[in-house]
Design a protein around this ligand. Structure first.
Ligand SMILES: *Cc1c(COP(=O)(O)O)cnc(C)c1O
Length: 408
């Protein structure tokens, strides 16, 4: 069997046809396909507005700017996320503050958020980690009490639901950010988007996406048809029509993608249940939330009898290209330097990080591949456990002290 990645895109002939059609049209950027994709995304998530941009990172940066983050401000986020969440806060000159996670859900802990609020706090950036929604209502209450903007990082959670609404509906937040990188639920090659129900944020996002330039019919009528005035220091974070054509094809297939991800997660859950307390399986028993299964987080407890490092290496050697999501952000060399002298400690995040690997989960992963992953995981764990705790019958029966486990 050839190697299995942890995540991968699926592109079909329909996607290719859509892209070719745009390539042959007059508009390959800043044309009508971008607006169409944005409208479809807004309809899918249930938000009033969507702004498509060049990446999820650009989307986070624009949302942070629209929220008014800047020098002197603080924004609270989780240490267990992709670097871009807190990097986007830094881009604005504001300071990220890390609140510890809940062990079971791996999501930011609302009680820890409250402890991190100071007079400088302006925003909260919760991440729906692995695709499991955070408790948005609770976070919204903290935000209201302290007059904070809530920016959901929904990069793992397109298609997930909270209390009957899609993530991105912004019912309990100000903005939600998505990524269309190839490992995410849908792809545009590179790309991202922000959804919001707030017209002021929407207009700021459009302006910051395009160099800070405001297009105004009133200004043109007064000063001349060529006049586009720059009001803020913005960026070129535009996405192309070519990419949005792919995005439309992908969005049309999203529900099928989500269904397959859910099936795979259930297959893993059922297969690993008999490993008992050697492992911690992903939490998903929230009645008010629907998981989007961007990642399947498989955790080894102390009872597993094997270190994560060995387990990881053994999976790789068997062609299962697992990953670890993620090193706590504040432990990155850059962040250590940035916060030099300040001791940041999120013990639950650090414990989680020692235990986790992500098992393959993506729409085209076949049942036979799921079975191979399951059998490999069990083989590694069972061999290792026998090596550390040889049962008397085993030692006698085999005539050797301990069965040699196939661990490097
Ligand atoms: C992927 C991701 C991003 C960044 O998205 P890009 O499109 O790669 O820039 C941000 N936050 C999280 C949680 C992500 O997984």
């Amino acid at each position: 069997m050839k190697s299995i990645p942890y995540g991968k895109q699926y592109i079909d002939q329909d996607d290719i046809n859509r892209v070719v059609k745009v390539l042959k049209s007059d508009w390959i950027s800043q044309g009508p396909t971008i607006r169409d994709f944005e409208e479809e995304l807004a309809r899918y998530t249930g938000a009033k507005y969507a702004v498509a941009v060049s990446s999820g990172t650009a989307a986070l940066h624009l949302a942070a700017l629209a929220a008014g983050l800047g020098p002197g401000a603080e924004a609270i986020t989780t240490p267990i996320t992709f670097l871009a969440t807190s990097n986007a806060v830094l881009y604005t000159g504001a300071k990220p503050v890390f609140a510890d996670i809940e062990y079971d859900s791996v999501n930011i802990d609302p009680a820890q958020i409250e402890k991190c609020v100071t007079g400088k706090t302006k925003a909260i950036l919760p991440v729906h980690f692995a695709g499991l929604p955070v408790d948005l209502q609770e976070i919204n209450q903290i935000a209201k009490k302290n007059k904070l903007v809530v920016i959901e990082d929904g990069c793992h959670a397109l298609g997930a639901e909270y209390k009957g609404n899609k993530i991105g509906s912004c019912q309990y937040s100000d903005m939600t950010v998505f990524s269309f990188h190839p490992v995410k639920h849908i792809t545009t090659g590179e790309g991202g988007a922000i959804t919001t129900n707030n017209k002021k944020f929407y207009e700021k996002l459009l302006m910051f996406r395009n160099h800070g330039v405001l297009r105004s019919d009133a200004v043109k009528a007064k000063l001349g048809g060529w006049v586009n005035q720059m009001h803020e220091l913005g960026f070129n974070y535009r996405i192309t029509d070519i990419q949005c054509a792919l995005g439309q094809g992908q969005l049309a297939k999203l529900d099928g993608f989500l269904k397959r991800r859910d099936e795979i997660a259930r297959q893993y859950d059922a297969a690993f249940r008999d490993l008992g307390d050697k492992v911690q399986l992903p939490a998903c028993d929230f009645e008010d939330r629907k998981h989007a299964w961007h990642l399947y987080l498989f955790r080894l407890t102390q009872k597993a009898g094997i270190k994560r490092r060995e387990f990881f290496d053994e999976l790789i050697s068997r062609g299962i290209l697992t990953q670890v999501h993620y090193i706590p952000v504040y432990q990155q060399p850059f962040y250590r330097k940035l916060f030099a002298g300040q001791r940041i400690q999120c013990p639950t995040a650090e414990r989680y990080y020692e235990e986790v690997v992500s098992l393959p989960i993506f729409p085209t992963l076949k049942d036979a591949e799921v079975k191979y992953v399951v059998e490999s995981v069990k083989d590694i764990l069972n061999n290792q456990v026998k090596q550390i705790f040889p049962s008397p019958s085993q030692s006698r029966g085999r005539g050797v002290g301990v069965r040699v486990a196939r661990i490097k």
